[in-house]
Design a protein around this ligand. Structure first.
Ligand code: SF4
Length: 306
């Protein structure tokens, strides 16, 4: 049993009294017992939708667990809340999009359960809800559509490949972004969905290595979008005074080596701690700047050798 399985077994033991050494199969069986009952009794099931199919008016769902099928078929009413950017022209486009999503999301040729829902249960049918509603969600998406250069963020099929490739996301994890969509794609669309002023900092949470753009199956130029967001934030004067001041000092320092070396490592470490003491978190240690910069050491070494 791996560590994660043991953790889950411990949690199930605490909450539901299953044995501490329960196997994954036994835990799955227990979860099924507990959840089936809830699905059977629920009046309303709420789902999202991976795609909206324009020519048939259907929603397409793709999943590995089968929980979306339970929630869309057992309760009396099914409500699907789907972002407007999920519309694809025709049923035949799924031929491309389903395998694209599966292979870039989880490395499968095709996800296990794929469902197309075109309405509630019809006369003579045994399964399905009595009523079905599709809510088209804008929630800032038309703001993004209005941005000619950045609207390609709406191409996203939510495969998550850019998250798995991103060195920043891999280290800090999804919760740190504090947004619905995390990782590189979250960083480029959230400032437009929720406001540049409060979310522009996400566009700076990147080393601009370009790995995200490289792996994106729909070819969103993600790292360029990050730069465009930074440009827009600066142009809209959404930076606070202290940020502007910080960038000015940084720019002045970076333009001349001698300026960078004017203050030693000790002082640099002090400023680093002072500036980031609130945001760094108490469980992470600050990076330590060497007492002497590389160029200083190089200079001294060359002098010694002469
Ligand atoms: S931006 Fe591209 S790689 Fe990232 S989740 Fe969307 S489709 Fe996948």
């Amino acid at each position: 049993m791996c560590i994660r399985d043991r953790d889950i077994a411990k949690l199930f033991n605490e909450k539901f009294g299953t044995p501490l050494d329960a196997t994954p199969e036994q835990l799955t069986q227990k979860a099924r017992e507990l959840l089936r009952e809830k699905y059977l009794k629920a009046d309303i099931g709420i789902s999202g939708g991976n795609f909206l199919i324009a020519d048939t008016g259907s929603i397409a769902l793709t999943e590995n667990e089968g929980n979306a099928r339970l929630c869309t078929t057992f309760p009396k009413i099914h409500i699907a809340i789907v972002g407007i950017e999920k519309i694809i022209p025709s049923m035949t486009d799924l031929d491309l999009f389903w395998p694209l999503l599966a292979s870039h999301g989880t490395g499968q040729n095709l996800t296990v359960y794929n469902t197309i829902l075109s309405g509630p249960r019809q006369t003579g049918e045994t399964d399905g809800p009595e009523e079905m509603y599709v809510i088209l969600l804008d929630n800032g998406r038309t703001n993004l559509l209005a941005q000619k250069e950045q609207r390609q963020g709406l191409y996203c099929i939510r495969c998550g490949a850019c998250l798995n490739a991103c060195p920043v996301y891999k280290n800090i994890g999804g919760h740190t972004y504090n947004t619905t969509y995390s990782g590189p794609i979250g960083s480029i669309i959230t400032p437009h969905l929720k406001g540049m002023k409060d979310f522009k900092h996400l566009s700076y949470a990147s080393s601009l290595c370009g790995k995200c753009s490289e792996v994106c199956p729909v070819k969103i130029d993600i790292h360029k979008m990050l730069l465009l967001n930074r440009r827009d934030a600066a142009a809209q004067h959404d930076n606070t005074k202290s940020e502007d001041m910080g960038w000015k000092v940084w720019k002045a320092g970076m333009q001349k080596r001698s300026r960078m070396d004017m203050i030693g490592g000790k002082l640099k470490n002090f400023f680093l701690k002072f500036l980031f003491k609130k945001v760094w978190g108490k469980y992470r240690s600050m990076p330590e700047i060497a007492p002497k910069s590389f160029s200083k050491q190089w200079e001294e070494r060359n002098k010694e050798q002469k």
